[in-house]
Design a protein around this ligand. Sequence first.
Ligand SMILES: CC(C)(COP(=O)(O)OP(=O)(O)OC[C@H]1O[C@@H](n2cnc3c(N)ncnc32)[C@H](O)[C@@H]1OP(=O)(O)O)[C@@H](O)C(=O)NCCC(=O)NCCS
Length: 198
Amino acid sequence: MKDDIKIRNYKNSDELEWLDLHASVMVDSYAWWIVIHKKPNYKKETIDLVACHNERIIGFTTGEVNSEMSKSNEVFIWEFGVHRNYRGKNIGRIMIKNLHKIMNENYGLNKSIWYSQDPASIEYYKHIGMKEIGRHWQLSLVPTKEQKDAFKKDNFYCRNIRGACDIDKLDEVRKIFTTDDDDDTLKPMICVGFEYVK
Ligand SMILES: CC(C)(COP(=O)(O)OP(=O)(O)OC[C@H]1O[C@@H](n2cnc3c(N)ncnc32)[C@H](O)[C@@H]1OP(=O)(O)O)[C@@H](O)C(=O)NCCC(=O)NCCS
């Protein structure tokens, strides 16, 4: 199988197939909480790879070089996924290896930054030797009547407030606000950041 897997650069004509795979990875992981309908564009240069089997895209990763999301001389990873039928076959690891090869050769960089709120992939990042650099809660608040009214004054009907809080502050946030715990997609989840140096 490994020999049949080809890693190549993403090209614009891949967009629909890439989005299909992204949506598929979304339904069986907690990697993202919104469906995307277009491949995002980023401000800085990206390293954008897909893994293919029989010409079909079965994996992807996108890293932004010197992203505003991380420090300079780092690559911030926006996307990383492998189709469920192909997991555990080293494809993720091969994509990371290829990504770092391009980082080294084209940009002289050796550090990538990975964030995830998907519990399985958090274990994966630990397993392959990434170092934790921080963690926080991702959560949504049910707006209070006062908050709804304040927004409504400005013609906005607020249904939900999305944000984050420090890892030790969820209880304090809950003393003041109501977190949206019933919605499986929006419920509070711990997001862990990792760095990988190679
Ligand atoms: C995370 C993900 C991309 C990993 O891809 P993959 O191709 O299945 O991983 P690999 O086959 O390269 O695994 C490499 C090693 O990690 C191990 N591993 C795989 N998944 C693991 C998990 N959930 N927990 C612990 N170890 C794991 C493998 O057994 C293998 O170990 P070994 O080399 O010591 O034998 C894939 O599981 C995925 O698409 N998950 C859903 C999307 C997601 O959460 N993305 C990341 C956050 S944005």
